[in-house]
Design a protein around this ligand. Structure first.
Ligand SMILES: Cc1cc2nc3c(=O)[nH]c(=O)nc-3n(C[C@H](O)[C@H](O)[C@H](O)COP(=O)(O)OP(=O)(O)OC[C@H]3O[C@@H](n4cnc5c(N)ncnc54)[C@H](O)[C@@H]3O)c2cc1C
Length: 289
């Protein structure tokens, strides 16, 4: 196996252009497992860990531009106020060792429906910057994954960065697993309330072939908040509205029965998580949480 070790972003893109079948390596917390279990035996690996540009983040026009190589640990320690939903989700990933190595770009690259970074990125309306030697394109995160473990990356492209609008209001994430830590989600749900745009965003994990948005639930809640003037009044949400939001979130899922849980359980869990995250986030917005 050949391992290429570019030391700049330009070199990394040139390497991917020259060896389109080469597999990029970031933290290695997914890829090394695949290699160790002989699920994958690529001829060439492009080790991205020496590309300093990938592990940088910056603020640009109300957005955070998160280099693909930024780790969960850094999201937690440096970006909790700008990206609270992603930071909450990052705290649930693996163990400290995995959070120190694992990156947001690697989570996208793996394109698992259970990837914990994906629901909060969906809820925030993030966009993924993909680059090749011949140019850059930006793809909405809800169009990035195409099927389990597949995405829209072309063979000559790398994930450069993730553009995430900085939060203007409360964000929440909830994950159900078979235990509290070191566990793949049986189902997860992310919610973002954006008072400046007066809009609601959602993301569903581990309950469909790809991470999903609960679009009808978003529409319903946007309607309630507008019609009842709740963004301005910060009044309470009715129990019926919270329950309906949970139902619609659960209906947006496309779960399967598998070793981790049944489709019926996942739907039930999603309704509960959607109701809870909404109660937490709305309580925070009202200043009563
Ligand atoms: C013990 C353990 C516990 C875990 N727990 C969780 C968990 O709780 N939640 C969760 O979501 N995940 C979990 N994971 C999976 C993993 O840690 C995450 O998916 C992590 O984000 C992967 O990032 P990485 O940098 O290690 O990626 P890598 O393993 O380096 O790469 C993953 C994939 O992304 C591709 N890739 C990486 N960077 C780029 C790039 N810039 N451009 C294009 N493609 C790229 C690689 O080629 C590969 O296909 C766990 C893994 C282990 C081993």
């Amino acid at each position: 196996m050949e391992v290429l070790q570019p030391t700049s972003w330009g070199e990394a893109l040139a390497a991917k252009g020259e060896y389109p079948e080469a597999v990029p390596l970031a933290g290695g917390t997914d890829l090394l497992v695949e290699l160790n279990f002989d699920r994958r035996r690529p001829e060439t690996i492009i080790d991205l860990t020496r590309v300093a540009e990938l592990s940088e983040w910056s603020r640009v026009d109300g957005e955070v531009r998160l280099g693909a190589g930024v780790t969960y640990t850094r999201v937690i320690s440096e970006l909790t106020s700008e990206l609270p939903g992603l930071a909450i989700a990052s705290r649930t990933v693996g163990s400290p060792q995995i959070r120190n190595r694992g990156t947001i770009g690697g989570n996208l690259g793996s394109s698992s429906p259970a990837g914990d970074a994906l629901p909060p990125l969906m809820a925030s309306g993030a966009r993924i910057e993909l680059a090749a030697t011949n140019g850059t394109r930006v793809v909405p995160v809800d169009e990035f994954c195409t099927s389990p473990k597949h995405n829209v990356l072309a063979p000559n492209e790398l994930i450069a960065a993730i553009h995430v609008p900085a939060a203007s209001g409360p964000q929440q994430f909830s994950k159900i697993g078979t235990r509290n830590a070191m566990v793949i989600a049986v189902a997860s749900f992310a919610l973002s309330l954006d008072p400046s745009a007066r809009s609601v965003g959602t993301g569903i994990g581990s309950a469909g072939p790809v991470p999903l948005r609960a679009i009808e639930a978003e529409r319903f809640l946007n309607g309630v908040l507008d019609e009842e003037g709740l963004w301005a009044s910060r009044g309470p949400l009715s129990e019926a509205s919270v329950t309906r939001f949970g139902q619609l979130a659960s209906e947006a899922a496309r779960p399967i029965d598998d070793v981790r849980g049944s489709a019926a359980y996942r739907r039930h869990a999603l309704a509960v998580m959607a109701e809870r995250t909404l109660a937490w986030a709305w309580g925070e917005y009202r200043g009563v949480a």
